[in-house]
Ligand binder design. Sequence first.
Ligand code: C2O
Ligand code: CU
Ligand code: CU
Length: 480
Amino acid sequence: MVSGGLVGGLIGARVAQSESVRFNTRLPIPPLIDAAKQGGAVKLKVTSGRHAFLKGKPTRSYGYSGPVLGPVVRMRRGDEVEITVENTLDSDTTVHWHGLLVPGYVDGGPHQIIKSGGTWRPRLKIEQPASTAWFHPHLHHDSARQVYMGLTGLIIVDDGSDAGLGLPRTYGIDDLPIIIQDRSFDTDGSLLYDPDPDPQTIQYGSRGDTIIVNGVVRPVAQVPCSLVRLRIVNAANAQNFDLRFSDRREFRVIASDAGFLSAPVSVNQLRISPAERFEILVDFGNRKPVMLETGPDTVMGIFGAVSPDDATEFVSIMRFEPTATAGLVKHFPGRLVEPAAADADRAVHRRQFVLDSGICGGKRPTEAGMLPGLCINGKTHDLARIDVETRLGTLEVWEIVSIGMAHPFHVHGASFRILSLDGAPPPAHLAGWKDVVLVEDKAELLVAFNHPATKEHPFMYHCHILEHADAGMMGQYVCA
Ligand code: C2O
Ligand code: CU
Ligand code: CU
């Protein structure tokens, strides 16, 4: 038997779709902050506010410098950016730059707490290829709730290669952020999230019955009838999305988490797990409106799967309406950027990490009593324990093993290439540099350690199902 929440979720999504085919909320486009145009100084205010996820039903939410989500911050390679983060929430928080390759002491993990009412001012030196990254809270035991309440912002790292490649790059016109999440709402439109989730929610992660894109339900985007670049981020707590267009058109994946692929990869369906990013190019040249759809999550493992009926059910999550425009990009690029070489023979260590969503013995105290702890290699996360020591400038092979269900594994402060996924070479769209991988069974990763972290400010590695991470499926490494 699967959890009532899960089954209810899928049914809810289907009902919501059949009741209304109207996609008439404009896709919100987060404001763009160009760090260089502000002298390299960016301000973010962590606030609570009110936002209507459901049309006409405003409710309490969290956001960065606004009621929900946050701005898109553009940073250029070579820039030094000073970010002032002011925490006006009544709880502590942290801001983790997921995908930025910066030292441990400015990474924004659980050791860099910003107290309620406090301010944090990290300086970030941007030294990495063009990519789409994001930022979100990483407070010990309270990341899942804070993200659910709305704390998610995007980062565009720009290294100038876009122009040479002839890619769409006009923000808000043919270069759009697409942040996909799932939520459950009460009848008054308020977010349903239990800060002390029951053991079943901890094991599945929190899964909502309604999908939101850029913070709203069933949006519509007017797009030029040319190529449009979508920077897709799965910012859900736990849910995998399986994306396709309603007319099954092909689209091209041009980048994954840590940068461009060597060439566009044509697909007509794309699975994206929590925290993963893909940039895709979609051709709207035929001027026909089309829906973006998602299929159900089919990798729930031994904890249950959806019934065969549900397994084929796709739901529409947003609509695209092409409108006449001139002068935008019409042709797909042939080649993109050859990823930096990675030679597995140079790996200096091989380590294994077993992610187990069964109760592994660890327990954590909460107001509701002792809750089960989840483990990596039989240990729940301990802020005072360093699990792995790496050497700056080296490569290691990390073997990730998932027990119970598919876990999206993430490493801070490093990128990796997938050497093998469930015993096979990775498909072309997963063959570039990444920082998250959905592991159904087993993966071998070649991880490049080029950024320092001390034992006072270590880097994390963890499952990006946020309820799993909060419950202890996380470890810490240093790099010197
Ligand atoms: Cu998205 Cu540990 O982070
Ligand atoms: Cu991260
Ligand atoms: Cu997990």
